[in-house]
Design a protein around this ligand. Structure first.
Ligand code: CP3
Length: 342
């Protein structure tokens, strides 16, 4: 699998590419399947339909990897927090974590209840071409904790930060509980057929530098270390979003560092390029304009060349109204340009 080879810095015939949120509303096929399923969560829980949407970007875009169709929030959901996805507003938990006692009430070993995820992975793997990789994923403990504390996405993270600065032991207890679940969760995903796993730390940039390493990175490293020890042949990708200023303190046993669009790729290469494979980082909004998209691809290749061990991706997820033709063209261009550089 060219994607897995690139994760381990092996030479590949071209630069592999996949796109964060490659299955989603910019595809009419996704919208049709989602309508058949009912709600977004019904789609996540329906093995046949979740398999279908996981495979759509492989057929439509010809990317080198499929990513499990699910959501990072199914872990807090199965830990016992009721979850709704409200159209146009995003995810909402109707019950949240405020006190130590709320943590005690959470279900233990919730990852054992996620058979719908594991069954989807096995089903996708059995249908996927042998040269295409299947990526499993989870959210980071910090990112999941912010949803569990705030109840929804936030611009300020006030409740989470109040807990951090006033009752840090409560936050650490919660982070440790989530970490336990995520270790089991990723392990089960690998057993079900995931060829690589990715940890999304979408709200990394909410934390000041010292707090980031104490409340987020430490837990990500712990998960990655455990998974690496048990499954050394499975690449681990981490994606802490928006922490360009903290790169010099990034360390630990993982394989690929996901570079977001706000982090200059030359900076990431300078600080992390010797130690880790990089994945990224085209600004997704460039897909609104074909010319600026191509310019962005060229700028990234000017820095990364056709390095052994570079994976092309967006610097964050696909936006629902991006033109699909440009996504198709992006994949084609990256493959063609990287072969030419070779
Ligand atoms: O990348 C993929 O194609 C795989 C599927 C995937 C989804 N969510 C599907 C989804 C993955 C990897 C995620 C991860 C996820 N979910 C993250 C981390 C990555 C990131 O974007 O930073 C986060 C923070 C979430 C939480 C979440 N889920 C939000 C904030 C939303 C609402 C945003 C929106 O676009 O409406 C979701 C819902 C969601 N997850 C959708 C999809 C395709 C849209 C739901 C719909 O169909 O209406």
């Amino acid at each position: 699998m060219i994607f897995v080879d690139a994760c381990f810095k092996k030479n590949t015939p071209y630069t592999p590419i996949w796109l964060m949120r490659q299955a989603g509303r910019y595809l009419s096929e996704y919208k049709a399947t989602r309508a058949k399923a009912g709600s977004f969560l019904d789609l996540c829980k329906n093995v046949a339909l979740a398999t279908e949407v996981t495979l759509q970007p492989i057929e439509i875009l010809d990317v080198d990897a499929a990513i499990l169709f699910s959501d990072i929030l199914v872990i807090p959901l199965e830990m016992g927090l009721p979850l709704e996805f409200i159209a146009g507003e995003g995810p909402k938990f109707t019950q949240t974590i405020q006190h130590q006692s709320d943590i005690q009430n959470l279900q233990k070993n919730a990852y054992k209840k996620l058979d719908y995820v594991y069954d989807t992975l096995s089903s996708v793997r059995s249908k996927l071409a042998p040269d295409k990789a299947l990526i499993g994923f989870c959210g980071s403990p910090w990112t999941l904790a912010t949803y569990m504390i705030e109840g929804e996405g936030s611009k300020t993270y006030i409740k989470s930060k109040q807990m951090l600065y006033q009752e840090s032991d409560v936050l650490h207890t919660l982070l440790a509980r989530i970490t336990h679940e995520l270790k089991g969760y990723l392990e089960e995903q690998i057993r079900a057929g995931a060829n690589a796993v990715m940890i999304f730390d979408s709200w990394a940039s909410a934390l000041e530098r010292s707090a980031y390493f104490e409340y987020s990175w430490k837990y990500i490293k712990d998960i990655a270390h455990e998974i690496k020890q048990k499954y050394p042949s499975i690449p681990i990708i981490v994606f802490p979003k928006g922490i360009a200023g903290y790169l010099d303190r990034i360390d630990g046993t993982f394989d690929v560092f996901g570079v977001d669009w706000s982090t200059p790729i030359d900076l990431a290469k300078k600080i992390l390029g010797q130690k880790y494979v990089l994945q990224g980082n085209l600004e997704p909004a460039r897909l609104y304009n074909r010319e600026l998209m191509e310019q962005g691809i060229d700028e990234i290749f000017a820095v990364m060349g056709k390095q052994a061990g570079f994976i092309f991706n967006l610097g964050h997820g696909m936006i629902p109204n991006l033109p699909r033709e440009n996504a198709i063209e992006l994949v084609r261009m990256v493959r063609e340009k990287s072969m030419r550089i070779g």
